[in-house]
Structures are given as C-alpha cells and as structure tokens.
Design a binder for this molecule. Structure first.
Ligand code: UD1
Length: 428
C-alpha cells in the first residue's frame, strides 16, 4: 500500500476557473459500499471508484479480513471476492490511517458474530464519535466493550432486529446499524436516521443484494432481516462534495465552470447559496454550470445534516465569504473542531473571527499568499480555492489530506486554468 510522501502545492493567485470538469463516485459512498460487500459471500464489483488513497486503505483492510481485492484505478473499479469465513479483526495501523474504517463494524458483527475494530485515535467507547454506533449495536443484542485499544462487539447467537433511535442523525452510525440489521433476525426501525445521498446509495446497493429496507431517503428506515444477501455489481453515487467544491471555485474566481457527472439534486442548498451570492446557475440532467461576473455578495451559511448545507463544504463557504462583499456568518452545527483551518485562512489575509461554532467573516477584495497547511481533506480544498484569490504564490503543505478526497485535484485545477505545481516538500 502506498505511503504518503511529503509534498506541497504551489498555487498562483489570480486565476479565473473556466472550462469543464467531471466528477467520479463519492469517496464517502465507495468506502461503505466496499464494507457492505463483506455481507455477501462471492464477488462484488463497485464502479465509479475514485483513485484515492482511502480506497487503497479500505482494500487492504478487507484483504486482512480474508477477502481478495483488486483495485483498478484506471478503470475506476474495485472487485472484492468475499470468502465464506472472514477474520473479524480490523487492526489499529489501518483504522488510525482512516477513521471511516469503523464502517466494517456492522457488517463484521453481522457476518461473524464478533467484530474487533481498533478504536480510532482519540476515541473511546461512550465518547462522542462512537456512542451512537455502540448504542445501536447494543439495541440489536450485541455486547460491546473495549479492551487493549479495540472496540469488541460480540453477538455469538446472532443479532436481533429492534427499534433504534438516534438523538443525532449520524452518518456512520446509521450505516453501521443498517448493515448489521440487514441480516439480523426480525425487524429494525431506525428513527432519526441520516439521509445523505451516500446512505441512499448504500441502501440501494443492499436492496439489490436482497435486503428489505423501507423508507430509503427518509429519516425512518425499516429493515426486515433476511437470511443472507448476494453480491452485486454497483456504480457509486457521484461525489457531491467534489462537485460542490468546483462550483464554489467558479463563483469565487469570477469563473465559468461546467461540472459533469454530478447529481444537481444533491447540491440543492449549496447551489441556492451560490445563487444568493450572485452566481448564475444553469442545471441540466448531467451537468451544472456556475458562472459569476461580479464580486460575490456575503451570505450566511449554517451547516446541517442532509438535506441541510453539508459540513464538508463549510471550508468552501468560508473561502467564498473571505472575498465576498460584506460580512458573512458561517455556523458549524455538525462537527465541533471544524474551524481549525480558519487560522490558516487568516494567514492568507482573511478577516475571520470565530466564536464557538460560528465564524464571522468580513470579506476582502483580495487575499494575500502565504505558506499554509492543509489540516484535513476539505480544509485543504478550501485553502486551495482561497489561494486562487490570493495575490502571489501560496504554498500549501500536508497535501496528502487533499489527495484523500479529491482524485486528480491538481490536474482538474490546471484543466480549469489555474497555475498549480505539486512539488516535494523539502521540510517533509
Ligand atoms: C461522515 C463523512 C464526513 C461528513 C460527515 C457528516 C464519511 C467517511 N465521512 O462522517 O465526510 O463530514 O459524515 O456529514 O462518510 N457523533 C456522535 N456519536 C456517534 C457518531 C457521531 O456524537 O456515535 C457526532 C460526531 O462527533 C460529529 C457528528 O455526530 O460531531 C457527525 O458525525 P457523523 O454523522 O457520524 O459523521 P461521520 O460518519 O463520521
């Protein structure tokens, strides 16, 4: 599996993004579809798979559980052969590299009656971050405890369907419980389930595998357990976050960009926001066009679970606000620590004050280049957009974060007219 090399992006300010860009399947869907493959003995094929490191990490995790996995990056496919007997332990070295590894928990306990999944760094049972996963599985009859840094779930006699009520619609917990419930005995009803398009995608694949799930796309999912499910060939839903990133990039740079391959319905709120900021939006079945002629107007953006404004596009909203006319308030309602990257934005000359979960952004005509650091996937992409409107050449380090969510990021930006170089980081 490739190790990440220390590299940086150097991006010239002053670009106007124009042209066409095509998005592939969503990382946040593909990783879960790969985990769902564990439920069915035989060969699962997943298509529209992005060429990103997280897919390799998930493939390695599945291999260590006993699967034979072939990732064809050029074709955008992953082929997973699942044996009758699976191992049930997901090691720390992989879980540490990708928190989303926790999504093997549901399928593993369903298939093996036991799952040992390393606790992602910083988490413990009962901590915010895992409590809903644990509560849900416990409702289905699993006994869950932690030992030597592992979360151990045990249901030797099998899981039994039950009502599960989340006090927050967690994406990961919804996915884990759905995957566990599909082959549990009896009926599970998940109340306040998350309904992100990636969850709809996962449920659609599970239904094609033979699962019985009602209420897909709503906040109440009813799952009637079946004896077993069979493998399928499934194409992942398009990545709305990557698509949204390019839409924001177009609007911020007075650009004109056509985004192909995305489903506009999944970006209803972000596109409405951009329209409010002054962009011209044209929507067709297979593409979205975003054009902006004037300086954007300030708009307020609160993030919320889907269908609300996605927290994964919050950094793009902050980047847009940093060059808009007027003052914007960005409110983060999903993740607590997601304003960490604001300090990097301030290094680029953005005028931002944060107070708890709110950022008040006073728009500037231009930002000013500086060395900055990508702190996570989406923050990194937000900084890259900010670099496009910063005078001078901005150096972004720790770009392995960006690589985790954006296949061919630099190529896409270059295609849209930006000057961007990827260079080894001497300090790395
Ligand atoms: C997924 C996405 C991520 C996105 C997020 C919200 C993947 C791989 N990642 O993350 O890109 O930003 O959805 O759309 O799909 N929480 C709890 N207890 C739990 C679980 C979560 O309190 O048991 C809290 C978290 O601390 C967080 C919030 O709920 O504050 C959202 O988390 P969740 O919806 O679970 O997001 P992820 O599945 O981790």
């Amino acid at each position: 599996m490739p190790e990440t090399r220390a590299e940086r992006y150097e991006i010239d300010g002053g670009a106007r993004l124009t042209g066409t860009v095509t998005v592939t399947g969503a990382k946040n869907s593909v990783l879960k579809l790969m985990a769902a493959a564990l439920l069915a003995q035989g060969t699962t094929v997943i298509r529209a798979v992005p060429d990103i490191l997280d897919v390799e990490i998930m493939a390695e995790l599945l291999r260590r559980l006993g699967c034979h996995v072939v990732v064809d990056a050029a074709a955008g496919t992953v082929v997973i052969d699942v044996p009758e007997q699976l191992a049930h332990k997901a090691d720390y070295d992989l879980v540490r590299r990708m928190r989303a590894s926790i999504c093997v928990l549901g399928p593993l306990i369903a298939r093996c009656g036991r799952a040992d999944v390393a606790l992602p760094g910083g988490d413990a049972i009962g901590s915010r971050g895992l409590d809903l996963h644990v509560e849900g599985l416990t409702q289905l009859g699993a006994r869950v405890h932690s030992e030597h840094g592992y979360l151990i779930a045990d249901a030797a006699e099998g899981l039994v369907g039950a009502p599960v009520e989340f006090d927050f619609p967690s994406v990961g917990a919804t996915e884990n419980i759905v995957m566990a419930a599909v082959v549990a005995r009896g009926t599970t009803v998940i109340d306040n389930a998350a309904r992100e398009p990636e969850i709809v995608d996962l449920c659609s694949m599970l239904v094609r595998m033979g699962a019985h799930i009602d209420g897909i796309g709503t906040s109440t999912l009813t799952i009637d357990g079946v004896e077993s499910v069979t493998p399928v060939d499934h194409t992942a839903v398009a990545d709305r976050v990557v698509a949204g990133t390019w839409c924001y990039g177009a609007a911020m740079t007075s650009g004109d960009v056509v985004v192909r391959g995305a489903n506009p319905a999944h970006l209803e709120l972000p596109l409405a926001q951009l329209e409010r900021a002054g962009a011209d939006i044209a929507i067709a079945d297979d593409h979205i066009r975003v054009a902006m002629t004037n300086r954007p107007r300030a708009i307020n953006t609160p993030t919320l679970p889907y269908p609300g404004f996605p927290t994964d596009l919050q950094p793009m909203a902050v980047a847009l606000a940093s060059v808009s006319e007027g003052t914007s308030v960005i409110t983060e309602n999903v993740f607590e620590a997601r304003f960490m990257f604001v300090n990097e934005m301030i290094r680029l000359g953005a005028a931002i004050r944060t107070d708890g979960h709110q950022a008040v952004v006073r728009g500037q005509q231009w930002l000013s280049s500086a060395p900055v650091r990508a702190t996570d996937i989406r923050a990194g992409a937000g900084l890259a957009l900010a670099a496009l409107v910063a005078q001078g050449r901005t150096v972004i380090s720790d770009i392995h974060h960006i690589d985790r969510g954006y296949p061919g990021f630099a190529d896409d930006l270059r295609r849209l007219g930006a000057q961007i170089d990827r260079v080894p980081d001497a300090l790395g």
